[in-house]
Design a protein around this ligand. Sequence first.
Ligand code: ATP
Ligand code: MG
Ligand code: MG
Ligand code: MG
Length: 433
Amino acid sequence: MRLSRYFLPVTKETPADAQIVSHKLMLRAGLVRQTAAGIYAWLPLGLKVLTRIEQIVREEQDRAGAIELLMPTIQSADLWRQSGRYDAYGPEMLRILDRHQREMLYGPTNEEMITLLFKDGARSYRDLPRTLYHIQWKFRDEVRPRFGVMRGREFLMKDAYSFDLDEEGLKQSYEAMFVAYLRTFARMGLQAVPVRAPTGPIGGNLSHEFHILADTGESALFYDAAIDEVTREELLSADASTITRLTDLYAMEEEEHAKVETCPVPAERLRTRRGIEVGHIFAFGTKYSASMGLSVQTKEGGQVHPHMGSYGIGVSRLMGAIIEASHDENGIIWPESVAPFQVGLINMRADDAGCAEAADRLYERLREAGIETLYDDRDERGGAKFATMDVIGLPWQLIVGPKGLEKGVVELKNRATGEREELSVESALARLV
Ligand code: ATP
Ligand code: MG
Ligand code: MG
Ligand code: MG
């Protein structure tokens, strides 16, 4: 992509309404713009990152055996009356009337809808177990939308729902999602701490939240220091034993921690940090299948209400969490796995025909090699180009200038380490492929 033809409104000023670093950087790097309180437009660069995050989430859901579908954002109030949650949900639900005065709502979650869809499509034990998921926009009329996409009103969520014949099956579905979550966050370069959570209004008996440690997190966590020692490699190859290892280690949110009479972790090993909730899994059993009349035939010919779980990931919130975890004073540092482009190619002298020609040729070579490149071909000062590349945080910068060209070299800069190296065009390309 040539920057001269792109839409990238980068700003130098730090927007006054942004309090935390990820929100500031998302605005400065031209990723999003707020269009109404807690509602954001995703600008081209932001959409690219969102899509890459979404794709990692999708791949790990698929790998865990979950099946993708897509449910609508608008739901009918009657659906929610069947579970009894229409009145219980409260003011976070955005309620809408259509032209026939029918009560509708913008879905904050989808337990009711998936239960009815499954009821329509599943007849017997042969149709179970199944886990279905979608990645869809949600709306919650948060009292205090803040921190940009971190707590939006409209936000993108992956929500999965599992259906099993019995509790043992549910436990297995829950564990498969647990593993998928550990892998998902590790692939994004994040260390997520699983925290035993109270089940709250969804009800049921088993629940974990996944938190990214960051000073700006809205939750206060207390956990065993041994959690910090779990490596990325371990998380990427997580299995049932990893779950046991992690869940055996103490980790609680403040409110729950306060209820614990004697903390099992010795004081010197108890860590307290703030966390951003990026995922939440629940095993709630037959709550919705029973209240909404979902049952299937068993092998023996009887009827049983499937045991269900639901599993959410805050896809759009993750973008903020990744930036909180990965930035410096100059801007964002995208992990390669979610970067909007792999390389930022900078032509230092757009007014120098030889330099422009060399940069154009390099751009073609990068494109042919399938490397996603943002090419700063604008007629701007080099300093401004560096600042733009640093703030948008592409993993690599490739710098073409007249002095280097005389020596037959270009400069390759690693955004994360700041290391710069002079290389021949061929070695630079070889490094990036
Ligand atoms: P929170 O405690 O932050 O309000 P929640 O517990 O209400 O979140 P869940 O119902 O567990 O949220 O939804 C699943 C996931 O959706 C959360 O773990 C979070 O990552 C994401 N999420 C929830 N609310 C928002 C929001 N307002 N903006 C962005 N993401 C959100
Ligand atoms: Mg909430
Ligand atoms: Mg929560
Ligand atoms: Mg939650």
